[in-house]
Design a binder for this molecule. Structure first.
Ligand SMILES: *Cc1c(COP(=O)(O)O)cnc(C)c1O
Length: 381
């Protein structure tokens, strides 16, 4: 008989006003996109992060697709993407005919290895897409300097990193564009959702057009043009205001969300240090010059065999721990683009050994101690 899972890997948490705001949105009669709650979310991001424009989207994937459209990606253009990330980071560009160029990661933060960046740039490179893994900032000083020198756009995939900082600057405010995710596995959620953050003011008008099916509807509503018509390519990248209402309640509770997640992260860190040292396990690296938003807690185990045995051991204790990101260059699609074993050795190694522990706002201290005790009782080294 298998033990039922009593501590899941993730559980979306309601933070207070979600259902009240949803009811309000529905009663207000504007449940399509760009209603009152969408505008509140936009204003919150723009004020807090100090950016030109924020636009909610149905997902981070959709925001990445918008980024590829806005940068005018053409077949054969190249995009430099970390090998260790979610498929959407690359798919959005491949949809436009781009050729993905996978860059290996740093063994400490698991972010793109900026020392390898310059050698991957060609005359066709159109964008560099850093992913702030686990919300710990990539080495943005070096990445931005290289991008500037070659005139290449930077799009930050900030799905993990909302409200994190690199050298005192918010993540998501470095590149011309940045993307957020509000999927239920992220710090702030509305089930499925995302946002495009626009730091280059020159991209704002066209972003609104692309998001509104290629029409100038946004300008029409603001009274800036007297008719609303088809002006460019585009798609439907607006989420319903019902979802924005849910999201706004989450964002309003951001201090509470962040303090709960900080407590969970620090508890794992404080209780697992000695255990990790004794067994050759590495805990996450968070450099002094970065501030993380506590998106996840992961372990780097000594080997694939140990990781698989530990997953089974935790499962037998009713605890679900998961791994993620198979190296993109070795996926079926990656191989079709020429990926081969050995291309990104750090990703290949880390991908086998990484394990993510249960991490969600409502994870209680006694449940977390159960996870820690279960790790301590593991003997399959
Ligand atoms: C979750 C995630 C995405 C995709 O987000 P969706 O909102 O589900 O589209 C993209 N990139 C990274 C790094 C992610 O973790």
């Amino acid at each position: 008989m298998t033990t039922p899972i009593t501590i899941p890997f993730n559980k979306p948490a309601m933070m207070g006003n979600e259902l009240t705001y949803i009811a309000d949105a529905v009663r207000g009669g504007h449940i399509s996109g760009d209603g009152g709650y969408t505008k509140k979310c936009h204003a919150l991001f723009e004020d807090m992060l100090g950016i030109s424009k924020a636009l909610l989207t149905p997902s981070c994937t959709a925001a990445l697709e918008m980024a590829a459209l806005l940068l005018d990606f053409q077949p054969g253009d190249e995009v430099i993407i970390p090998d260790f990330t979610f498929v959407s980071t690359v798919n959005a560009f491949v949809l436009r005919g781009a050729k993905p160029v996978f860059i290996d990661i740093r063994p400490d933060t698991l972010n793109m290895d900026e020392s390898k960046l310059e050698s991957l740039i060609t005359a066709r490179t159109k964008a560099i897409v850093p992913v702030h893994y686990a919300g710990v900032g990539c080495e943005m000083d070096a990445i931005m300097a290289i991008a500037r020198r070659h005139g290449i756009a930077v799009v930050e995939d900030n799905a993990h990193g909302l409200f994190g900082k690199y050298r005192g600057q918010w993540l998501g405010t470095f590149g011309a564009l940045a993307t957020q995710s509000f999927h239920e596995t992220k710090n702030f959620t509305c089930g499925e959702g995302g946002a495009l953050l626009i730091n280059d003011p020159a991209l704002v008008d066209r972003a609104e057009i692309i998001r509104e099916k290629g029409t100038n509807r946004s300008r029409f509503f603001r009274g800036m043009v007297d008719k609303y018509t088809w002006v460019d390519i585009g798609s439907s990248y607006l989420p319903s205001d019902v979802l924005a209402a849910y999201l706004y309640a989450q964002l309003e509770a951001r201090d509470e969300v962040q303090s709960r997640r900080a407590r969970i992260w620090n508890t794992y860190c404080a209780h697992l240090g000695d255990w990790a040292g004794a067994h050759g396990v590495t805990l996450p690296t968070v450099p002094e010059h970065t501030e993380q938003p506590y998106h996840m807690f992961y372990l780097l185990l000594p080997s694939l065999d140990v990781r698989q045995a530990l997953i089974a051991h935790l499962k037998a204790h009713g605890i679900l721990a998961v791994f993620h990101y198979l190296p993109l260059h070795l996926s079926d699609m990656g191989r079709a683009f020429g990926g081969q074993v050995g291309d990104c050795p750090v990703t290949e190694d880390v991908s086998d050994r990484l394990l993510r522990l249960p991490f969600y706002n409502d994870l209680m201290e006694d449940e977390q101690m159960r996870v820690i005790h279960a790790l301590n009782s593991f003997e399959g080294w």
